[in-house]
Design a protein around this ligand. Sequence first.
Ligand code: PMP
Length: 391
Amino acid sequence: MSAFNHWLQQRLTKTKEAGLYRECRTMHGAPRPEMVVEGERQLVFSSNNYLGLAGDSRLVAAAENALQAFGVGSSGSRLTTGHTTWHKKLEETLAAFKQTEAALLFSSGYLANIGVLSSLPTQQDVIFSDQFNHASIIDGCRLSKAKTVVYRHVDMDDLEEKLAQATTYERRFIVTDGVFSMDGTIAPLDQTMQLAERYDAFVIVDDAHGTGVLGEHGRGTCAYFQVKPHVLIGTLSKAVGAEGGYVAGSRALIDFLRNHARSFIFQTSLPPAICAAADAALEIIAHDEEKRHRLAKNAREIRTRLQELGYTVYGDNTPIIPVIIGATDQAVRVAKQLQDVGIYAPAIRPPTVPDGESRIRLTVTADHCDAHIAHLITTFQEIGTELRQPL
Ligand code: PMP
């Protein structure tokens, strides 16, 4: 083995010894509640396809039509090569959906967070970031020249204390997820906005998990609280069922990002067919209340039934349902037990979550039916009985 690979193997051995080694599973077919995973039929409780749109025939048709007309790849970055009518149309649709002046597409939500945080706050500024913000926010803060101060998860008293102490900076930014990806918590955006006003701060919200799920017409967590932050970030890869990220806000913000966000400037733009599919999805999301109601009902049902069984379940009524197991090896064992009876739900371990809070992170969709939920609950009931006995 070469010295290079030997060195990597040594590092991987340490990862394995810590119980943190991961691999990807191969899924077959369009995302649906029942899929073939690694050759076995599994009931999937791990998808962000909250409204079941990723495999929806209307999105597929929209993408197919655009594929025929525009081809597969977009062939270049937008500033050097130009963009298609679909990029333009989707940005207009996003701005209308988010009720902002304008919107800008990125190749992913990850890159949207990186682009905003690395370009907007300057060296003279400070960013207040929730402890459990998504990795792409953390990485964006790392790339920023501003100072980052982390406040306790959704703790508005802690945020206020830290804001009050930050008197030497030119500008203050508060950045938060709308719905937290590992805890299923909804950020208290009403209080966040009040604090921002009191302490003269700008608010950035990453609503990757709230869009399509919360608020009137599924407009997201900001609509749920009826607030308008300065910068709205999102992804098209979850409830929207497509791919890509975006920022919505004032025309000045979008002009600024188009000229300064490096992850926009230097990225090949999204394939036009993906833009067409996302555009079709936003039309469905804005008008199909039924899907959203089914999703909320499913989430409430699973959350309540698990709590009745004695499980600690974090978060608010969102489709992200973290079932706290505790020790990492035990969470991995529970994930395996679930898989053995045909349920796919991942164990989430440190460093993604704090030590001692390893969990099974269930995500539910509008397409899960009563029988799917009954199978999940019965299995957790059986596992719960075993967990109470020494394993
Ligand atoms: N923000 C949050 C809160 C997320 O959960 C994710 C995806 N896991 C992202 C951003 C990144 O979005 P994308 O997958 O579009 O890069």
